[in-house]
Design a protein around this ligand. Structure first.
Ligand SMILES: O=C(O)CCC(=O)C(=O)O
Ligand SMILES: [Fe+2]
Length: 377
């Protein structure tokens, strides 16, 4: 749908500057690139699903190109995020704009330095703001007045992110031999869910502090929802934990490479549950960037897709593929339901409602019969 948005109508914002890529040679992950311009061609979805199968089964990470988001509109979102982060702390952190972690509500603002890291005195260097879906049910959820000026643009971006996710869900349904709308219907934009558009920035830290926390900027974790869209990030630091600790290296961590004009996607916990582990919610983390980028504010743009509040996230026992593979049985169909809202709220609460981001290597997190490794080494 052509967009009738005129960004010039809003007051001018300082332009965000795209940082230069690192010149360091890093161990990059091999990330499949899926060309979404083929999606609507005859047989296109089936071909793309086949290309995606290996990636989602092995690492759960892949990237999309030709998604319909122009470079200008993506950078405009970075301008908006940067404009918000440059407001005074008291304003950003006003009471009606804060995440309410006590109830696992991630909508709103999370300030920099809010927690200690891994049993040290080093503080978290992440600042973020999560914007809920633009539906009447969220009229009273955090939405800072700064964003009002840009509401139309942000809403357009949010809705189109969800539309893109729906196409990816269709590919997942094809892979699992389920009806094509199996997952997209469980993530309808107009039904309540904890989906959010996120502006995020990591503040650079002195090397001495980074060394005290094993260079950790974001602890190893899996994503709590269904699918994460991450607009390609030029500041290296995001790493995925792979199975290929090869003979040349015992280190399983690989950096996610930038994909110009692309969107990196990863499968979250709920799709791993629905697919009885066939689609992988891979452990990832963010570490101090290479030294030619370590001084930069690492700003990011994301859309986190969460399951519909009321949908059951237990394994899709009706998938012929999962049945043939023996991953689901009749008993799975009869298991206790766990709803999307229940899982996501409990997971956010468990992860964030503390004074610290402790080292939780090896810990697991469980709701009903659904269990996930909370933080793998
Ligand atoms: O900042 C990044 O590149 C990834 C952040 C992330 O994994 C998350 O917020 O879930
Ligand atoms: Fe993540």
């Amino acid at each position: 749908m052509p967009s009738a948005i005129t960004p010039q109508a809003a007051p001018s914002l300082k332009r965000w500057e795209r940082p230069a890529k690192t010149t360091e040679k890093l161990p990059w992950a091999d990330i499949a690139v899926i060309d979404m311009s083929r999606y609507d061609l005859p047989g296109g979805k089936q071909e793309l699903a086949e290309e995606l199968r290996h990636a989602v089964h092995k690492t759960g990470f892949f990237s999309l190109i030709n998604t319909g988001f122009s470079r200008e509109e993506v950078e405009r979102q970075y301008d908006i995020g940067q404009g918000f982060f440059s407001l005074p702390l008291e304003d950003k952190n006003r009471e009606d704009n804060r995440c309410d972690f006590a109830v696992g509500n991630y909508f709103g603002y999370r300030p920099n330095n809010d927690k200690k890291m891994m049993g040290t005195n080093v503080l978290s260097n992440v600042e973020s703001v999560n914007i809920p879906k633009f539906i009447p049910q969220y009229a009273n959820q955090p939405f800072h007045p700064f964003f009002e000026t840009y509401r139309t643009e942000i809403e357009d971006f949010s809705r189109r992110s969800s539309e893109l996710a729906a196409k990816v869900f269709t590919l997942f349904a094809i892979i699992l031999e389920l009806p094509e709308d199996y997952f997209s219907s469980r993530h309808a934009y107009d039904s309540p869910s904890e989906d959010h558009l996120r502006y995020m920035v990591y503040h650079p830290r002195p090397l001495a502090d980074d060394l005290k926390v094993e260079r950790t900027w974001s602890r190893a974790h899996t994503d709590f929802g269904s699918l994460t869209l991450l607009w390609s990030q030029d500041v290296a630091g995001l790493q995925i934990k792979t199975d290929d600790a090869s003979s040349s290296s015992s280190d399983p961590w690989r950096y996610v490479p930038p994909v110009d004009g692309g969107i990196v996607c990863n499968v979250g916990d709920t799709l791993q549950f629905w697919s009885a582990g066939y689609l992988r919610s891979t452990v990832h983390r963010v570490v101090r960037p290479p030294e030619d980028q370590a001084h930069l504010y690492r700003q990011g743009l994301f859309y986190f897709v969460r399951p519909g509040d009321g949908v059951d996230i237990k394994p899709a026992a009706d998938s012929p593929l999962l049945r043939r593979l023996g991953l689901v049985t009749e008993a799975d169909a009869r298991g206790e339901p766990v709803t999307g809202l229940q899982y996501v709220r409990e997971r956010v609460k468990n992860y964030h409602d503390h004074d610290d981001y402790a080292d939780k290597r090896g810990a697991t997190f469980k709701v009903g019969n659904l269990e996930i490794e909370d933080q793998a080494a």
